[in-house]
Design a protein around this ligand. Structure first.
Ligand SMILES: NC(=O)c1ccc[n+]([C@@H]2O[C@H](COP(=O)([O-])OP(=O)(O)OC[C@H]3O[C@@H](n4cnc5c(N)ncnc54)[C@H](O)[C@@H]3O)[C@@H](O)[C@H]2O)c1
Ligand SMILES: [Zn+2]
Length: 405
């Protein structure tokens, strides 16, 4: 038996945030990040809509990017005091993911972070509150997914929490919120969405319900991402839907080792002054993983279908896969994303020597490879890498070397 779960309601289009006016409840806790939602007036609007609905509103502000276990615990504490029956999370993937984890701890105050990370092991939620997610970036699609990514900074590792219990009750996909994104965020979150759609399409858990969502998302991202990056607001609005479709696909079809590697490299070099931003990591690793997975016949055929759907041409399957890889690399160029960790600057832009020194990378390689193999996203990848293969793959991702194994 397979399960396909989405939020009960999804409001989309400009002005969709007004749906908040019709929520029923007593107390809403609004969770936001570092200030962009406040700065652009979206937070005030959400609060006033909730008040119009007759609710008492409290804010939990300042959720950092790549949220920590500590932030989750602090937020849950605030919820235990305020006792909301609605949790409304606004912003990018970071505040929404943090609020999802706070929700679990609010409903089950004795649960530990380790327990939360047991895949599909969350006890029933909605005993205390329902959850609404309003996304302001066009990539993670956490407003519709069963995932939350929390970073344990003591280990330098991102842990995915995965369970349909944390799929939000209501998703609000209002493109107005995405229009204020700076270019770099458009690039990174857009390639995150492309990775979600492609990994979902070749995942071992894909099905007839997820395939059309993944393919349509790929087509839209191909059509709209670079234009959105270059300031076309019609394309920017369309990207907000495209990333959400990709999210509906991967929330139910799961992901693959591009994400395993992105999760385990993201914060692994934080002591050298920067993170490898999630979407940029995916953008760099995706072409390498396609070459690696294509050694599996079934995955190769599905990459060929993607290439055909994108009208990339190519007479043989090998050629189609080569053209798909070349297309994605060109997208990285157009979006100013480097092709390897070695060339990833602390500001995320391409440079001759990035912030991760070669010696440090090589010293940590075997641990990172082991952690990536153990990541929750590895199980649904079409080809299971050995420790040696994962190390070789990560090296190709560092040096931007061709994957021929
Ligand atoms: N839950 C999932 O299914 C899922 C999937 C992929 C990634 N993730 C996780 O999500 C996180 C990344 O989320 P993200 O890429 O959305 O970025 P983010 O939430 O970390 O935000 C990045 C920055 O952009 C700013 N920002 C957000 N929206 C803005 C807007 N509209 N205008 C101007 N500035 C804005 C924020 O204030 C922040 O400084 C990572 O932790 C990643 O691991 C989760
Ligand atoms: Zn992602």
């Amino acid at each position: 038996m397979a399960r396909f779960t989405l939020p009960r309601d999804l409001y989309h289009g400009k002005g969709a945030m007004e749906a908040l006016k019709h929520f029923e409840g007593k107390r809403a806790m609004v969770c936001v990040g570092g200030g962009s939602m406040k700065r652009f007036g979206f937070l005030d609007r959400a609060v006033s809509y909730l008040k119009e609905a007759g609710m008492e509103v409290q804010l939990f502000e300042g959720i950092e990017s790549d949220p920590s276990v500590e932030t989750v615990m602090k937020g849950a504490e605030a919820m235990l005091q305020f006792k909301p029956d609605w949790i409304v999370a606004m912003g990018g993937g970071s505040p929404i993911d943090a609020a999802k984890a706070m929700w679990i701890k609010y409903e089950y105050p004795d649960i530990t972070f380790e327990d939360m990370c047991k895949v599909f092991g969350i006890p029933p939620l909605r005993r205390k509150a329902r959850f609404c997610a309003i996304s302001s970036t066009s990539g993670t699609a956490t407003e519709v997914t069963a995932f939350s990514i929390i970073t344990d900074y003591s280990k330098g590792i991102k842990y995915p929490i995965a369970d349909f219990e944390i799929t939000p009750d209501v998703a609000i996909v209002d493109p107005e919120l995405a229009e204020t994104m700076p270019k770099k965020l458009v690039a990174h979150t857009g390639m995150d969405a492309m990775t979600h759609a492609i990994e979902a399409y070749v995942s071992t858990a894909h099905c007839d319900y997820t395939d059309p969502l993944a393919l349509h998302a790929i087509k839209m991202i191909q059509r709209d991402l670079v234009g959105s990056y270059n300031g076309d607001m019609v394309k920017r609005d369309a990207m907000h839907n495209a990333q959400c479709l990709a999210g509906m696909a991967f929330s139910n079809a799961l992901l693959g080792i591009v994400h395993s590697m992105a999760h385990k490299t993201g914060a692994a070099f934080a002591d050298h002054g920067a993170h490898i931003i999630h979407g940029a990591a995916n953008a760099m690793y995706l072409p390498k993983v396609i070459a690696f997975n294509a050694k599996n016949a079934e995955a190769a055929a599905r990459y060929g279908e993607i290439a055909d759907f994108m009208h990339l041409g190519g007479a043989t399957l090998d050629e189609k896969i080569r053209l798909l890889i070349a297309y994605l690399r060109k997208m990285n160029d157009d979006l100013n994303i480097p092709h390897g960790i070695k060339f990833y600057g602390a500001d995320s832009y391409p440079c001759a020597q990035g912030f991760v020194p070669e010696a440090v990378f090589l010293e940590r390689l075997s641990d990172i490879a082991r952690n990536a193999i153990g990541d929750a996203c590895t199980g649904s990848n079409p080809r299971q890498p050995s420790q040696e293969e994962m190390e070789r793959l990560l090296k190709c991702c560092y040096y931007d070397a061709e994957v021929d194994f």
